[in-house]
Design a protein around this ligand. Structure first.
Ligand SMILES: Cc1cc2nc3c(=O)[nH]c(=O)nc-3n(C[C@H](O)[C@H](O)[C@H](O)COP(=O)(O)OP(=O)(O)OC[C@H]3O[C@@H](n4cnc5c(N)ncnc54)[C@H](O)[C@@H]3O)c2cc1C
Length: 425
């Protein structure tokens, strides 16, 4: 019989951070990841100050600083074609060193976490291994059944199973966890366009007639998103690619000379945007965290950081019970109690942004009711140091900042590098 102490289903940001922290605390942890590698395009790439500070505490600042990255200091919401975007958070008002968002390909971050987790003798990562169902004995989840990419099947028993398998999580099929969905006004199209010398850098937002754009600078190409009205994918595709290329070029004129690289609709992928959360994140033997517990909207790009903070809180709260060999219902309930308020607040802000900014623009109307009102809000936020600091802090650290378990922290010698590239005093 295959056994581990903690079975982590899914090697995304939540799963890999949780596994690294638990392994450093000396707990046997096995991660099952259904893909062969972490190389997946069109995923979240934003590493916010809360995660940068965590990497620093884990002694991973130096290798992280070596990853290819761009730094972004402002979060802007585009408010319609031809209008300047509204800055909703300016991280440069925060004290350093982590007063920016690092744009790092998610696969580089996950490779880094996996490389360092592999140095711990209690860590195991099984790629190409998909959890297919839960093992349940006397009402308690006791592990998972799995299938490998070469067709082998097996069972892995665990004291605790943590579902970190994203918004399509296996756990979501369990009716007792209760999924609450919120309506979203948009879906997203993702595609790549070449990047050239002289282009802007970092994260670039914009708006066309009836759609919004976000472009992530990946060095030699742009990872582009177009937010379109929810459910409009088929109708817009039927309108023809030429029409979309022209509309996009009208919204982002400096990219017009290369929209022709989109040769067919196969180059444009649809992301069905969801905003939801489980009412209960747990049942005996099982805990859900990250997107498995709460799928986030792409607004503010904070899904990864929320998932990472869930993992940090889980490791801190459950390392002791896992080490003692008894994880009670009240232990897993404690994780939900700690992390749910942050999730609720963040999703409420995302829903406000959907209703006030995104939905009006997608309907071809000015956001916040009128252009003048949008300008007044921008002036109010921009004019007060306090009002500027509050959203910046929220975007940087979320509603609640989590500390890793002491056993996972590594000494930071004076003179060694921070994740921001500076030196520890
Ligand atoms: C297109 C797109 C753009 C985004 N942009 C941003 C952004 O800019 N910033 C941001 O912060 N967030 C962004 N997000 C959201 C962000 O990617 C997620 O919030 C974050 O990755 C959640 O992390 P997670 O570990 O909970 O889940 P995921 O990242 O979804 O990881 C789940 C992992 O589980 C694996 N898995 C799934 N099912 C199984 C199974 N049965 N068995 C084994 N393995 C399984 C998957 O392969 C995956 O590796 C974006 C999401 C998408 C889809």
């Amino acid at each position: 019989m295959e056994k581990t102490t903690c079975c982590v289903v899914g090697g995304g940001p939540a799963g890999m951070v949780l596994a690294l922290l638990l392994a450093r605390a000396g707990i046997a942890v096995t991660v099952l990841e259904k893909h062969a590698d972490f190389l997946r395009d069109f995923r979240g790439d934003t590493v916010h100050p809360s995660t940068l500070a965590l990497l620093d505490e884990l002694g991973l600042a130096e290798p992280f600083a070596r990853l290819p990255q761009r730094r972004v200091r402002t979060v802007q919401l585009p408010v319609g074609a031809g209008r300047p975007a509204v800055t909703v958070a300016d991280l440069s008002v925060l004290p350093g060193p982590y007063n920016y968002v690092a744009m790092v390909p998610q696969w580089d971050l996950l490779d880094l976490l996996a490389e360092h987790a592999r140095r711990e003798p209690t860590f195991e990562l099984r790629m190409n291994t998909e959890a297919t169902s839960f093992l349940v004995e006397s009402g308690r989840v006791t592990g998972v059944r799995y299938r490998t990419s070469d067709g082998r099947t097996g069972e892995l028993r665990a004291l605790l199973t943590v579902a970190c398998d994203g918004r399509g999580s296996l756990a979501r099929s369990r009716p007792e966890l209760g999924l609450r969905r919120f309506t979203c006004p948009m879906d997203a199209w993702w595609f790549r366009l070449p990047r050239r010398d002289g282009d802007p850098s970092g994260l670039v937002g914009g708006a066309g007639e009836g759609f919004l754009t976000a472009m992530i600078d990946r060095g030699d190409y742009w990872q582009c998103a177009a937010l379109i009205p929810k459910g409009a994918d088929a109708e817009l595709r039927a309108g023809g690619l030429d029409r979309f290329r022209a509309a996009y070029a009208a919204g982002v004129p400096w990219i017009a000379d290369r929209t022709h690289v989109l040769r067919s609709w196969d180059d444009v992928k649809l992301l069905d945007v969801h905003l939801d959360r489980l009412r209960r994140w747990h049942r005996p033997g099982l805990l859900c965290i990250g997107d498995a517990a709460h799928a986030m909207s792409p607004v503010f790009g904070i899904g990864i950081n929320l998932a990472v903070q869930d993992a940090v809180a889980t490791a801190r709260l459950l390392a002791g019970p896992l080490r003692r060999g008894t994880v009670r219902l009240r232990d897993v309930r404690g994780v939900q109690r700690r992390r749910r308020p942050t999730t609720v607040v963040t999703q409420a802000l995302q829903r406000t942004a959907h209703a006030r900014f995104i939905a009006p623009v997608l309907r071809g109307r000015p956001p916040l009711g009128s252009a003048e009102r949008a300008r007044r809000v921008a002036r109010l936020v921009g004019g007060s140091p306090w009002l500027r600091r509050l959203p910046a802090y929220f975007v940087a650290y979320g509603a609640r900042r989590e500390r890793p378990p002491a056993a996972a922290v590594r000494n930071r010698e004076p003179g060694t590098q921070t994740a921001a590239g500076g030196q520890h005093a």
